[in-house]
Ligand binder design. Structure first.
Ligand code: ATP
Length: 301
């Protein structure tokens, strides 16, 4: 499965390499943040989120100077709305999300949050405002409570418990003999893919960010777990500006708007119904995926 954030792959790698006892997560994020050329602009001010409106204005980007990946993206995500980004593999969907989190700087155009250029605000404030629910969550060899509380320094037990309820994992935790004190991770209780994703959702609820990035490709989960997780995700999207990076179309039908990326450009955008009616790239992708689904079902019978 393609992952949303390669830097999170790196996190996994770093984690596996140095997973001894207590790990200072702040230090781990520093490991990811520091090798890149991303630095705070001189006199950078903290981001002031008023509503959480996100705009991509003529954004251009390439990992290598001789190969453009995003070729002028204009995208307006009104505060509180959910926009799903779909498109063929390699179109640049995850790259969009990485730029918003400022893992990289754009090479042309700009990205703003409530009118502020994200390259001109402090990275700490930017990243504090954005929550990420990745496909594959790395759990620390610590308690499940710690793993949830990690979302925000100083989170109280009551906040952790509320987040667990919001992520629909509270009753599972209560069923464990040590409850929130149960150790998880490689040296503790192994959680399923769906349970891990719920921990990630709870962690994000503790963080309570105005802006969310969801990697909604859930093919690692069985379809019942997937639809339960989708319900939970829909609940946490409410009231937040959300970008869903979707590798499968079945998960994006509810989005306020669907943006189809193709070869680094916005090919189409609209609601599911509008895009089907337009009979373009999206309609074609949808028809293909439905056919594949039916084929898979037939094989399964
Ligand atoms: P998928 O659905 O397969 O995950 P995607 O639309 O999310 O695809 P991106 O991950 O944004 O695609 O990648 C866009 C292009 O950028 C691809 O051609 C990919 O090879 C390239 N790319 C991605 N990450 C890097 C990197 N760290 N260095 C160089 N090239 C990269």
């Amino acid at each position: 499965l393609a992952q949303l954030f390669r830097p999170l792959d790196l996190l996994g790698m770093v984690y596996r390499t140095i997973r001894q006892g207590a790990i200072d997560m702040g230090a781990m994020f520093d490991l990811i943040d520091t090798p890149s050329e991303i630095t705070d602009a001189l006199g950078a001010a903290p981001l002031a989120v008023t509503r959480g409106a996100v705009r991509f204005e003529g954004v251009q980007f390439g990992y290598d100077p001789d190969r453009a990946i995003l070729k002028g993206i204009d995208l307006n995500i009104p505060a509180g709305q959910t926009v799903a980004v779909v498109g063929p593999s390699g179109a640049g969907k995850s790259t969009l999300a990485r730029l918003l989190y400022r893992f990289y700087d754009v090479t042309g155009g700009r990205i703003t949050i409530d009118g502020q250029d994200i390259a001109q605000v402090t990275q700490t404030s930017l990243r504090g405002a954005i929550g990420i629910v990745p496909q594959d969550t790395v759990l620390f060899n610590d308690t499940i409570g710690y793993n949830i509380a990690y979302g925000r320094e100083g989170a109280t037990d009551a906040e952790v418990a509320a987040a667990a309820r919001g992520a629909a994992i509270a009753s599972f935790i209560q069923s464990l003999s040590d409850g929130f004190d149960t150790r998880v991770g490689e040296r503790g209780l192994k959680l399923s893919g769906g349970e891990k994703q719920r921990v990630a959702i709870a962690r994000t609820l503790v963080k309570n960010p105005p802006i969310l990035i969801l990697d909604e490709a859930t093919s690692a989960l069985d379809s019942r777990t997937e639809s339960e997780i989708l319900d939970t995700l829909e609940a946490i999207e409410r009231g937040r500006t959300t970008i869903v990076i979707a590798h499968r179309l079945s998960t994006v039908v509810h989005a306020d708007r669907i943006v189809v990326l193709e070869a680094g450009r916005v090919a189409e955008q609209g609601t599911h119904a509008e895009l089907l009616a337009a009979n373009g790239v999206y309609a074609e992708m949808w028809a293909r995926q439905q056919a594949e689904r039916e084929e898979a079902l037939a094989v399964g019978e």
